[in-house]
Design a protein around this ligand. Structure first.
Ligand code: SF4
Length: 314
């Protein structure tokens, strides 16, 4: 079955979503065309049979990121146990765990010469640990083969599975990222398998247990949220002591995904950035093309400097 056929099938949790026509994109939503370095990145990934969220989520930044040899690895397969209404990743019954995957990722990191690595995964509610041990294995494999690389993990909420934080902290990443995605009112429609306060609690606990690590979370605009609700999410994330917030434009993958409700202008994103900074985030990335992993390496370096400056002032 082709990817298009899969996209056109409707998962039971997505059957309540009516078709929503795709809106024309404004001039500021533009991806860059692939270059030669893009092909080199693709070849490094293909030869190791690795999956990226860049391709699975049809990210508009792929031309730019891959040209810079920056890709976000997606572990634990390309099939997700949840059916979020915004997401282009296939929903279904995932396969078993690929024990060679951490080593192939580590070898790709080495060949690409990555200074900062981002690893994410599909939701694996079928696994006892939600996939936490595979994240740990990837961090350990990369630390062993490229010790100078910094690592960011962008995880699912693990649905309150026991010991997850203990497992992840046996090999702590430099950045723990978990996306809040949208405002709590929209969760039943947009993230039906998730709970807003579970996500906040995971972020808060991770910071409490590893205060030296950075925490990061992101949300999309255009799913039907109001500006006031966005500000409330910022406050909730600050209450969970999250260091870094990313805010980007939701882009509807197909007519069968949640309908896009608004395009926020670049100036609108800049206003949200100003407010987020005023609310005390160490670092803010807010623009139409911002994604969790967009410019993640540059942002990590800026994040470290921001913390040093904040500590110097105290
Ligand atoms: S923004 Fe993230 S997901 Fe998109 S192409 Fe860049 S690295 Fe991949």
């Amino acid at each position: 079955m082709s990817k298009l056929d899969v996209a056109l099938l409707r998962h039971p949790e997505k059957r309540s979503i009516s078709d929503a026509p795709l809106l024309a994109r404004p001039s500021w939503i533009r991806g860059k065309s692939p270059t030669r370095s893009y092909s080199e990145t693709r070849s490094v990934l293909r030869k190791r049979a690795l999956t990226t969220v860049c391709e699975e989520a049809a990210c508009p930044n792929i031309g730019e990121c891959w040209a810079k040899k920056h890709a976000t690895f997606m572990i634990l397969g390309a099939v997700c146990t949840r059916a979020c209404a915004f997401c282009n990743v296939e929903t279904g019954k995932p396969k078993g765990i690929d024990l060679g995957e951490p080593y192939r990722i580590a070898s790709a990191v080495k060949e690409l010469g990555l200074a900062h690595v981002v690893i994410t995964s599909v939701d694996r509610d079928d696994l006892e640990d939600g996939g936490a041990k595979q994240f740990r294995a990837c961090v350990l494999a990369i630390r062993s083969s490229t010790p100078q690389a910094t690592i960011e993990i962008l995880t699912p909420d693990f649905r309150n599975k026991p010991d997850v934080i203990d497992i992840l902290l046996q090999a702590p990443a430099d950045v723990f990222n978990h996306n809040i995605e949208t405002v709590p009112r929209l969760y039943p429609k947009i993230r039906p398998g998730a709970r807003y306060f579970t996500s906040l609690e995971l972020l808060a606990q991770m910071k409490k247990r590893n205060s030296q690590g950075f925490t990061k979370s992101g949300m999309m605009l255009g799913l039907g949220e109001s500006n006031e609700e966005v500000l409330q999410v910022m406050d909730d994330l600050r209450a969970a002591d999250v260091d870094f917030i990313t805010i980007g434009q939701y882009l509807q993958p197909t007519p069968r995904h949640a309908g896009l409700q608004r395009y926020v202008s670049p100036a609108g994103f800049a206003r949200f950035a100003d407010i987020a900074k005023a609310k005390g985030f160490l670092m803010v990335a807010s623009s139409p093309m911002t994604r969790s992993s967009y410019h993640a390496g540059d942002d990590f370096r800026a994040l470290k400097i921001a913390r040093e400056q904040a500590q110097a002032q105290n």
